[in-house]
Design a protein around this ligand. Structure first.
Ligand SMILES: Cc1cc2nc3c(=O)[nH]c(=O)nc-3n(C[C@H](O)[C@H](O)[C@H](O)COP(=O)(O)OP(=O)(O)OC[C@H]3O[C@@H](n4cnc5c(N)ncnc54)[C@H](O)[C@@H]3O)c2cc1C
Length: 398
């Protein structure tokens, strides 16, 4: 049995950034990070778009808005200082219909209130000056947007934490938790540990960890798979940066977009497919245990009761089952590609928190119970937010 002052569960970007921040604040504390996979960044943190968001999508006043703009600036500084691949290309949101103009203006308003630097509306001519193959008569340009290698970023954060004395316990799954004698007993796949304080950064399992300690009881996590297609390298020159469609701001998903990765690849996606398992990365994957729990959960039933939500689910399911349907959306944003230019790539799973009323929770959600902090909804742009978010968590738990 090992004794720690702090145990962090989960080696994604949230857990690794927190381990680094906590070690910097409490240099003599014994800190462990426990990750069930043999490597860090095995789930959402290594399976995302890798976009360093500008901060114009987030509603002013939310935690996401608070952390995204600062996170964008700090993440770019950090990536430069640690040689994490970074491409500072900017982001373009392209409006394809006149009816989307009001949403662009709302994003501009949000961005200005959130303090996004250099954000501006562009007309069709300026839009094509930035991205010659983009469709659309107007757009919103965020020059601060960038692209990063997410796995390299998480590995760098974990390495900083290790160098600062954090024990990285990889390939070890936390199975049982109990609060006892002013601390926590943890049973894992490899043995037992004791922690004075605990931070749950377990991503798609954060609700189950929290429930064991009597926290987050009104919530459940519903997995939404985000699928991507990669374009053949010979067509990668079609875009220079990131091109997004105008989002439906009622939902936390941004819709299919084109992303130029730091390694010069171009991918389109992600959609948002209701997944039948928290690690159901394949189109036809069903994880019976997760699927049955979802089917029996009243929160999931309440979520499914909205006709608008069912429309979103069936539209995304169609895009999952049909490459033509998936790419139809992508082709309305950028001209010059054909379906035969694309191959399916690895997908990611969004751990979306759903509340008692069946509503998708939009903002980052943290719940404190005693000496444990539970990060229940580290949704997009969680990668962008990681550095200021980690400082916030470190302060809360110290
Ligand atoms: C498709 C997709 C696209 C996205 N695009 C972007 C983007 O472009 N920009 C952006 O800023 N954000 C993006 N995001 C959001 C971002 O990826 C997440 O907000 C972020 O990765 C969440 O990190 P995390 O550390 O909280 O969770 P995770 O990365 O899921 O990490 C949780 C970790 O906990 C571990 N774990 C779980 N249970 C246990 C246990 N019992 N014992 C031990 N370990 C356990 C898991 O193995 C996992 O490694 C995207 C997400 C997805 C899915």
């Amino acid at each position: 049995m090992s004794d720690f002052d702090f145990v962090i569960i989960g080696g994604g970007v949230t857990g690794c950034a927190l381990a680094r921040a906590l070690a910097a604040r409490a240099s003599s504390a014994r800190i462990a990070l426990i990750e069930k996979e043999p490597e860090v960044a095995a789930h959402a943190s290594g399976r995302n778009s890798g976009v360093v968001h500008g901060g114009y999508n987030q509603k002013p006043g939310t935690l996401k808005a608070r952390f995204c703009v600062e996170g964008n600036r700090r993440l770019k500084e950090y990536a430069r200082s640690r040689n994490v691949p970074l491409a500072e290309t900017g982001i373009l949101v392209a409006a394809r219909q006149a009816s989307e103009r009001s949403t662009l203006e709302e994003l501009l308003r949000r961005g200005r209130e959130n303090g996004v630097p250099g954000l501006k509306l562009v007309d069709g001519e300026e839009l094509r000056g930035l991205e010659p193959n983009a469709a659309g008569a107007q757009g919103l340009h965020a020059p601060s947007g960038a692209s990063v290698d997410p796995e390299a970023l998480v590995r760098a954060l974990a390495e900083d934490a290790r160098q600062a004395g954090v024990s990285l316990l990889l390939g070890e799954e936390v199975r049982r938790l109990e609060e006892r004698r002013g601390g926590f007993d943890l049973r894992t796949s490899r043995g037992a540990h004791r922690a004075k304080r605990l931070v749950n950064c377990a991503g798609q399992y954060a609700d189950r960890i929290a429930h064991q300690l009597g926290a987050g009881l009104s919530y459940t996590i519903v997995p939404f798979r985000g699928e991507f297609y990669y374009i053949d390298d010979k067509k990668a020159g079609l875009i220079r940066s990131m091109i997004y469609s105008v989002p439906d701001i009622r939902y936390p998903f941004l819709g299919v977009h084109w992303t130029r990765t730091v390694h010069g690849k171009v991918k389109v996606g992600p959609n948002a497919v209701l997944a039948l398992g928290r690690e159901a990365y394949g189109t036809f994957d069903v994880h019976p245990g997760d699927a049955v729990r979802m089917a029996l959960d009243p929160r999931v039933w309440r979520m499914a009761a909205s006709a608008e939500f069912r429309r979103l689910v069936s539209q995304n399911l169609r895009s999952s089952l049909s490459k033509r349907e998936f790419l139809r959306q992508a082709f309305t944003l950028v001209r010059g590609a054909e379906a035969s230019d694309f191959e399916k790539g690895p997908s990611g799973i969004r751990a979306q928190l759903v509340d008692r009323d069946g509503k998708l929770v939009d903002d980052i959600t943290i719940e404190r119970k005693g000496d444990a902090l539970h990060v229940l909804n580290a949704v997009s742009p969680g990668l962008t937010c990681c550095l200021p978010f980690a400082d916030h968590l470190a302060e809360e738990i110290s």
